[in-house]
Ligand binder design. Structure first.
Ligand SMILES: Nc1ncnc2c1ncn2[C@@H]1O[C@H](COP(=O)(O)OP(=O)(O)OP(=O)(O)O)[C@@H](O)[C@H]1O
Ligand SMILES: [Mg+2]
Length: 249
């Protein structure tokens, strides 16, 4: 069993690492929540690619997109995932939530075995919203999500769990959002309407046991992934999805 330590894990996005005061804490479970197309998968892959470049193997579990789609999207971003796979630094697995959880919870399960075989240090789960579709019962869902987070920690993995937010501009899903309470850190990706333009904003809402940046910063997606820019200045109401310039004297 591996305990969380103060060792920081670089996400591959230097701006986000700065917001996190040096990166994710090793062994932490982070929820990366965002609306469709905000770049959740991109930032998740960036985290795994950074690991590959540092010799920290990683695993991507996808319940939605086939690995082929991952390879193609990553190629557009300048990452050759097949090359990392060939070196044993990366594995992209298409699965379903139950098979994945069973394979992780059982010490001899296929996911636990793979983690051990690869010496995996990082994992991306795309996305945990699929667990919400398994049951309508809040208590059952909470147990499933708790089991998931505990199993990831038991394996000593630093994890990024993607979470869908169906609202394109502002708002929160009706789901209880329990997993955000269970997780150690919560990062939001949002579309923000500002002066007839749709921009993207990133904010760290929670980081257990550590200080972090509280500002909402603009980010762009380009080759090599997400790039964090400056905070939005003099704007109010960003969390509603529409920023309004604060009145100037
Ligand atoms: N090479 C690129 N250059 C610039 N922008 C890109 C590039 N690749 C992707 N994007 C942007 O990233 C967006 C999608 O990113 P990504 O698939 O990571 O989002 P997501 O949040 O995972 O989406 P979904 O909710 O559909 O899973 C695209 O809509 C596009 O705007
Ligand atoms: Mg995605």
């Amino acid at each position: 069993m591996s305990e969380s330590s103060d060792l920081r894990i670089a996400t591959g996005c230097t701006g986000l690492d700065t917001m996190l005061q040096g990166g994710l804490v090793e062994g932490y479970c982070t929820i990366l929540e965002g609306s469709p197309g905000t770049g959740k998968t991109t930032l998740g892959l960036q985290f795994l690619v950074e690991g590959c470049q540092r010799g920290e193997p990683g695993l991507a579990i996808t319940f939605e997109e086939f690995p082929e789609q991952y390879y193609e999207n990553a190629e557009q971003l300048g990452w050759n995932l097949r090359e990392f796979e060939a070196k044993g630094l990366l594995k992209i697995q298409f699965s379903d939530p139950i098979t994945f959880l069973e394979g992780l919870q059982d010490l001899d399960g296929h996911v636990s075995s793979l983690v051990e075989e690869m010496g995996a240090r990082r994992i991306l789960v795309d996305s945990v919203s699929h667990f919400e579709r398994l049951t309508d019962d809040a208590a059952t869902l909470r147990r499933i999500e708790t089991d998931l987070v505990h199993a990831l920690k038991r394996e000593g993995l630093t994890s990024i769990l993607l979470k869908e937010n169906a609202h394109v501009l502002g708002g929160w899903d009706k789901s209880e959002n329990r997993i955000s309470f269970i997780a150690d850190a919560l990062v939001l990706l949002r579309y923000i309407e500002l002066e007839s333009e749709v921009k993207r904003g990133i904010v760290v809402l929670k980081m257990r046991g550590s200080d972090h940046d509280k500002q909402i910063r603009e980010y762009i997606i380009r080759e090599k992934g997400v790039q964090v820019l400056d905070p939005f200045q003099g704007v109010a109401g960003l969390f509603s999805g529409s920023g309004i310039r604060a009145a100037t004297a």
